[in-house]
Design a protein around this ligand. Sequence first.
Ligand code: SF4
Length: 321
Amino acid sequence: MQAAVAAVSRTGAKFISGGTNLLDLMKLEIERPTHLVDISRLPLKQVDDLPDGGIRIGAQAANSAVAAHARVRALYPALSEALLAGASGQLRNKASIGGNLLQRTRCPYFYDTAAACNKRDPGAGCAALGGFNRIHAVLGASDACIATHPSDMAVAMSALEARIELLSRDRSTRCVAIDDFYRLPGSTPHIDTVWQPGELITAVILPPPPPGGQRYRKVRDRASYEFALVSVAAVIATDRETITAARVAFGGVAHKPWRSFEAEAALRGRLATLTTYEAAADVAMRSAVGRGQNDFKIVLAKRTLCRTLADAAQIAAERPS
Ligand code: SF4
């Protein structure tokens, strides 16, 4: 692993694993690495139990392998559902967990080198602001970029409070909470994460599963092989119909997986009813701003949250205590 980190320290070098996003970017000359360091065969494919009851997922594990892993399906079903909602079977077989975390936005202007894009070319402007923005962000956007984060997996990981383990070229390691790993665009939308050049993602750590039921729901323009218009990862625990704990994260609405602590606070201590879910959805979308074509996402996100919370509460109620 250290050899890979040393090899990528050359100017312009990049890691490659599944290549399911990087190769597209290279074909369009959006990414032009001088060297590629293949990390796909590093011994980072294991899913291991941790002493505290959590699990450690190696960053080179395939998305499909993690989705099908017995412990993931039993303890973190929202993660398995999110992985299976992403891409196609072929891509899930090829794509790594680490690469999934670092994939770039699917804003069409980012991939159109004739269009102005601050994320691809800082200072160039943002063609999406006055252009086709049906798929763009309604939360946390800026005047520099209204792109959304594309990963399903990362949304579930946000609700499950995952931590990202990174190895740097000075041999030190650090763990970053997933909500701190991703950035909002602000005035520097070309920087997606706090990942530092040359750092190798070695694992994702999941703490012990939260109590209650879990559900990931994705709404998209077609049934498969499509990015989310809106998605929700929800975890909810109840005691005699009163919500005792809740976690909520949205996908497709912001530059990062959008954990809504405000919605969680609005759920705790209330009855698990549609009225409660609708009130939490209003809170979650209170600061949402549409750009015209994507106004529908605000309503869609509220409805998706209500449906996902109802599903998760049903699962919680049916679990043996
Ligand atoms: Fe580029 Fe972001 Fe604007 Fe899309 S929304 S064109 S990624 S700056």
